[in-house]
Every structure is written in structure tokens, then in C-alpha cells.
Design a protein around this ligand. Structure first.
Ligand SMILES: [Zn+2]
Length: 158
């Protein structure tokens, strides 16, 4: 968290024009950069989970409201029946990217901030590729460390 604010401060020091984009999450009070079109709004939520949680809650409320109507109830019953018959649960879809999963909201946020800082459009695709690269480097470094530890153990072992 401290590191996050160090980065945020240094970004704002080098790009004072982005200071107007500085927002504070109305939920968890963390500071973050928002898109210039939202600059100055005080009811924003951070992209580190609060926005996502809020969206989820809204959609739950919507579906609860829908399923309490008669039409919704009938449909829900049909869906439940179908689900039992085929034995497939709606949330049983495995993650597509296997071990490399990133919070979609986070990737979007990083892409937006990178675009602001670099003054060009940085796509989520580009950020995703960069994250994958960084993660690979991390796991490579970890493996090298492990190899070293194992080698040391062999050298000094019985
Ligand atoms: Zn928040």
C-alpha cells in the first residue's frame, strides 16, 4: 500500500496535469486516478474491488427483483429444472487463462492510467501481455532462487 502511494505520488509529481484526475474511493477511501471525464466527481469507487463489488450487488438486486415477478419465477423454475437434468451448474465454467488470471477491472484501470501517463492509447491487450511477461519473469526468478537453495542444501548437506 505504501509502495502504491509512492508510485502515485511520483506520477503526479511528473505529471501535475493529472492531479485533477486524483479521486478518492467513497467506499474504502483509497486514492486513485480516474479518467479525465470523471475528474472532480466525488461519488466514485476505486477499481481495486469496490466498483466490482458494487456492480455485483446491483446485478444481484436486479435479478432478485426480476425473479420475484411471476414471469421471472416461472423462468427460474425452468432454468433450475434444466440445470438439474443436465447436471451442469451455471458457475462451473473453468477460468480460460488457467493460472494467469488478472482482475479484469484492474487491467482496465492500469490501461487507462498508462494511457494518461504516456499520452497515447494503451490497450488492455497490451497491459495484459505486459502482465503475463512480468509474471513469467517473476516465476523464473523464483525458480532460479529455488535452484540456488537446493544447490546450497546439496553442498552443505550430509
Ligand atoms: Zn475502494
Amino acid at each position: 500500500m505504501k509502495q502504491y502511494y509512492v508510485v502515485l505520488r511520483s506520477v503526479l509529481r511528473s505529471r501535475p496535469d493529472l492531479r485533477r484526475c486524483l479521486s478518492r474511493c467513497r467506499h474504502c477511501r483509497i486514492f486513485f486516478l480516474t479518467h479525465p471525464r470523471n475528474a472532480g466527481r466525488s461519488n466514485l469507487q476505486c477499481p481495486f474491488g469496490c466498483r466490482e463489488a458494487h456492480r455485483k450487488q446491483r446485478s444481484t438486486e436486479r435479478s432478485v427483483a426480476y425473479y420475484t415477478t411471476a414471469e421471472g419465477k416461472a423462468k427460474k423454475q425452468m432454468q433450475n429444472g434444466k440445470r438439474v437434468r443436465s447436471g451442469v451448474r451455471a458457475d462451473a465454467n473453468p477460468p480460460v487463462n488457467g493460472a494467469l488470471e488478472f482482475h479484469a477491472g484492474m487491467v482496465g484501470y492500469v490501461a487507462m492510467v498508462a494511457s494518461l501517463i504516456e499520452g497515447r492509447r494503451v490497450s488492455e491487450e497490451e497491459i495484459f501481455r505486459m502482465l503475463v511477461r512480468v509474471m513469467r519473469q517473476h516465476s523464473m526468478a523464483r525458480r532460479r532462487r529455488m535452484d540456488y537453495v537446493v544447490a546450497q542444501l546439496h553442498k552443505h548437506g550430509p
